[in-house]
Design a protein around this ligand. Structure first.
Ligand SMILES: CC(C)(COP(=O)(O)OP(=O)(O)OC[C@H]1O[C@@H](n2cnc3c(N)ncnc32)[C@H](O)[C@@H]1OP(=O)(O)O)[C@@H](O)C(=O)NCCC(=O)NCCS
Length: 185
């Protein structure tokens, strides 16, 4: 796989400029795997939004989310995986890498940057069963598949829940993030 240096920025919605907010939402929309209903409100309450830029151009996004109780209950009931907020306060999601920037390790870098804001707390994620790229990155970061796969409710896809229990080490040192650039692989 090609490797590259990406500039990673982690912000809250409140810290983002209007163009950054718009760009983040546009990337999430392009991913096409989330409900657009209430998306702006959900994005605005996320603890961390991550932006990846290559040569100054936005090429990927991710987030550490604070899932709504109703969504958490639905994922838990469909998958059979207990997801109490006290054990898994966060969800890793809204990952999207633009077509021209794929296969450069950005999904891993974006996920690492989002997880750095979790302070070692438990995190869950959902991913389409055929999304092998995402599964590889999640596994590298200490996530394990859990429970039953279930129909996504968006199209004909099946979804797998992944959980990352509290106090798993983040693979890359936070120092790389602090410097604004992180190595990809
Ligand atoms: C899924 C997605 C985020 C992956 O981003 P990416 O930056 O291209 O992925 P990476 O380069 O980090 O690749 C991660 C791993 O998957 C592998 N991989 C990447 N694309 C792959 C593909 N199409 N088929 C098989 N393996 C693939 C890579 O080789 C790498 O493996 P390695 O860790 O063994 O080296 C990107 O394809 C995307 O935005 N898809 C649309 C939205 C989406 O599915 N989001 C995820 C929702 S959970």
């Amino acid at each position: 796989m090609t490797t590259a240096m990406a500039e990673l920025t982690v912000k809250t919605f409140g810290d983002c400029s209007a163009p950054e907010r718009g760009a983040f939402i546009a990337f999430v929309r392009a991913g096409g795997e989330v409900s657009m209903q209430g998306l702006v409100e959900r994005v605005s309450s996320a603890p961390a939004l991550v932006f990846a830029r290559l040569a100054g151009e936005l090429v990927g996004v991710a987030a550490l989310k604070q899932p709504q109780a109703s969504y958490r209950r639905r994922v838990s009931s469909e998958s059979g995986v207990p997801l109490p907020a006290v054990e898994f306060p966060y969800e890793l999601g809204w990952l999207y890498v633009s077509l021209g920037a794929r296969r450069k390790g950005l999904s891993l870098s974006l996920s690492q940057a989002a997880l750095a804001s979790s302070a070692g707390a438990g995190v869950f994620a959902t991913s389409r069963t055929e999304n092998s790229a995402m599964h590889r990155s999640l596994t590298k970061l200490g996530f394990v598949p859990a429970g039953n796969t279930f129909a996504s409710g968006r199209g004909k896809h099946s979804v797998q829940v992944f959980v990352r229990h509290a106090a798993q080490p983040v693979v890359a040192g936070d120092s790389a993030l602090n410097s604004g650039a992180a190595p990809l692989h």
